[in-house]
Design a protein around this ligand. Sequence first.
Ligand code: HEM
Length: 295
Amino acid sequence: MTEHQPGIFVEGTDHHVFLEFELGAAVPSQLPAAAGALLPWDGGEQVVAFGPRLAEALSAVAAPDGDFGFRAIEGSDGHVAPATQRDLFVWLHGAKRDELFAQALKWREALAPVAALAAEDHGFLFRDSRDLTGFVDGTANPKGDVRQQAALVPRGPGAGGSFVLAQRWVHDLSAFASLATAQQERVIGRTKADSVELTGAAMPPDSHVSRTDLKRGGEPLRIYRRSSPAGGIADAGLFFLAFSAEVERFRILLGSMFGPADDGLRDRLLSWSRPISGSFYFAPPADALRAAFSA
Ligand code: HEM
């Protein structure tokens, strides 16, 4: 298999920067040489991914699945997942916030001839990998080689690449904190202190875990999540970031969360958190990424 971008799978980093860029009038078939100079980078990890129109236009990138753009979801009870599809995504993560910041500034300068920065988020490790609601995030994430099976296109066009869901969520932390711990646990579907999955009658069918622990054709519907807490006090939430071998898995999971799904339910979590952005990207394998920038 063509080699994937290694930064996808490096875990345990404390700081994150998420940059989303929008192209100007032209959709280039090749990106500026100066931006290529930022690859590779020894100050941390970085992953670069393209939105559908750029992935299609870049001659070096073979993107599967045609138009994989994010479409807004109008779910049950007025819950909406807005579409803010952008063209280029850079995820920087590492141990030193200052180095990430400096690299983020360089990306903005290098891409300036073709694209403008449209959104930025800064993420951080919260305690022992907890979401700001206080629940451990990532417990049921795939481990070992299963991560690659979940995240990478196995064969055909785009093999070694990965589809990305980038979605910024804002929590209502005061409202969530006003719930008793047992109620919070029924929202998530796991215990708060030690992240043990609820079972039997204790597990509501509309808990977050019930809505996202899905099977397709008898097989687990796996994605590989790399989200991190993000924002300040006023807009505290989660930058949901995940990688998948198919964009369709994201659509199925979001459909199950937002409803109305076949069982008429939607995710309880939506009463305490809402997405304010949503884009799909394709992270090509490392050699195609390098070739997408002029020499
Ligand atoms: C506010 C946004 C979100 C929060 C705070 C959140 C938090 C969590 C937490 C605490 C867990 C349980 C622990 C774990 O296994 O990691 C979990 C599980 C999971 N979440 Fe989310 N999540 C959010 C959005 C999403 C979205 C948008 C998706 C998919 C598109 C998703 C997919 C999953 C999956 C697949 C699992 C594992 C289920 C299992 O197999 O047990 N989550 N999430």
